[in-house]
Design a protein around this ligand. Structure first.
Ligand code: ACO
Length: 372
């Protein structure tokens, strides 16, 4: 078996978007600590920062939000396709399909370099698509976007049909901002590779969504919830975790390719959740499971430096605001699309096609072996 796997430690690009410092455990977006942004800024302001390189003035953000709101409605052709899909279709597959249809209907497929208008259209529309398919799958009428509400509040509104609580919007905004961008992760890299062939943003986004869908990347939070449900009580935590680790299974919400200490995003979300859910026994169980799991990971996987990652507390946030588990990965996606598209703009600005090499470890034909 080949021993060169996973591009571990390989630098694939220079970026001005984010610094993921895995040794010291911090995350910076264009010169600002992500956790500071998460507590103080709106989704739209941080998206503006990532796309345009600076935080917006009050005037700029108002104009930007207006432009954003104009892209929220689902085009008729796309609605017709969504209505043809089976109601029980998995949301990430629906998103991949919808982005593809949107690109075709709005002629994004021939645009090079990527147009900002298309980037905003895809970003603004994702929550509407998620809410539309979710409500359809539940046998409910769709809820039209509310132009008075910001991106995150409007998402919750379109899902439930009621104006969301301030605290829910605050905690979900913080999670979305912390999840928006994260260097050369699998889904971002997949998108940049596609765009590097001078393909269009629709194709790049479909690749990113495909990568995000996998349980080793964006699919972990719902499995965290399942794990905590199975553990059930603090008393059972150690025995349950030992059984998993003893059987060689991975604990969802732990470990990271880059962070060799606690994921700063998980730290920030834990703090925020402490304010929101300090009385909640489920959250108390989550904090306990983290503590026991980190100790046991040290015992079962010495030297691997395995700690909690963002997905563990993302699950806690989404559970606290009662998002169904089927929406965990799609919700992560509607935030990460900002990072993906910022990377696509960056890739287009310095483009060279990605073309790594592989080491051939198979047989050689005798004719070549015997060649002088
Ligand atoms: N539980 C138990 N053991 C683990 C875990 C875990 N969560 N994560 C890694 N390990 C072990 C591996 O089994 C391996 O052990 P070995 O050396 O004895 O073979 C060692 O630690 C190194 O792990 P790799 O899987 O090689 O690490 P890699 O960098 O390739 O993977 C990943 C990182 C995919 C995140 C991994 O830690 C994992 O699968 N975690 C669980 C899934 C998860 O939480 N994903 C969300 C990540 S955050 C995000 O994508 C936004």
């Amino acid at each position: 078996m080949a021993s060169v796997t996973g591009l571990d430690g390989v630098v694939a690009a220079e970026t001005e978007l984010s610094l993921v410092d895995g040794q010291n455990g911090y995350l910076v977006y264009r010169g600002y600590e992500a956790k500071e942004l998460a507590l103080k800024m709106s989704f739209e302001e941080v998206a503006y920062l990532l796309w345009h390189g600076e935080l917006p003035s009050a005037e700029a953000i108002n104009a930007f939000k207006k432009q954003w709101v104009d892209h929220r409605a689902i085009p008729t052709e796309l609605k017709a396709v969504l209505d043809l899909l089976p109601k029980e279709s998995e949301m990430m597959s629906v998103l991949r399909t919808a982005i593809s249809v949107l690109g075709t209907c709005t002629r994004q497929e021939s645009a090079w370099p990527p147009q900002f208008e298309h980037i905003l259209a895809n970003t603004a529309l994702l929550p509407t698509i998620i809410a539309y398919h979710y409500r359809r799958s539940q046998g409910l009428q769709p809820v039209e976007p509310d132009p008075q509400l910001d991106h995150v509040a409007n998402y919750l509104y379109m899902l439930t049909g009621s104006k969301p609580q301030y605290v829910h919007v605050k905690v979900l905004t913080a999670y979305f901002i912390l999840a928006m961008e994260h260097g050369m992760n699998a889904s971002t890299f997949a998108g940049r590779v596609v765009l590097s062939t001078q393909s269009d943003i629709t194709s790049a986004l479909c690749a990113s969504i495909g990568a995000m869908k996998g349980p080793l990347h964006g699919g972990a939070p719902s499995e965290v919830l399942q794990m905590l449900d199975e553990i059930g009580t603090k008393e059972q935590a150690e025995a349950w975790l030992r059984e998993e680790l003893g059987a060689g299974r991975k604990l969802m919400g732990f470990g990271h390719r880059i962070y060799k200490t606690s994921d700063p995003r998980a730290e920030a979300l834990r703090q925020l959740m402490q304010e929101l859910a300090s009385e909640d026994p489920w959250f108390d169980l989550a904090v306990h499971v983290e503590k026991v799991a980190v100790e046991l990971l040290r015992e079962y996987k010495p030297g691997r430096n395995l700690y909690v990652n963002v997905e563990f507390y993302a699950a806690a946030v989404m559970r606290a605001i009662a998002l169904p588990t089927s929406l965990f990965t799609p919700s992560f996606t509607l935030s990460r699309i900002v990072g993906w598209t910022a990377h696509l703009l960056e890739q287009a600005g310095c483009n060279r096609i990605f073309r790594p090499q592989s080491v051939y470890v198979g047989e050689l034909p005798a004719s070549l072996l015997n060649r002088p």
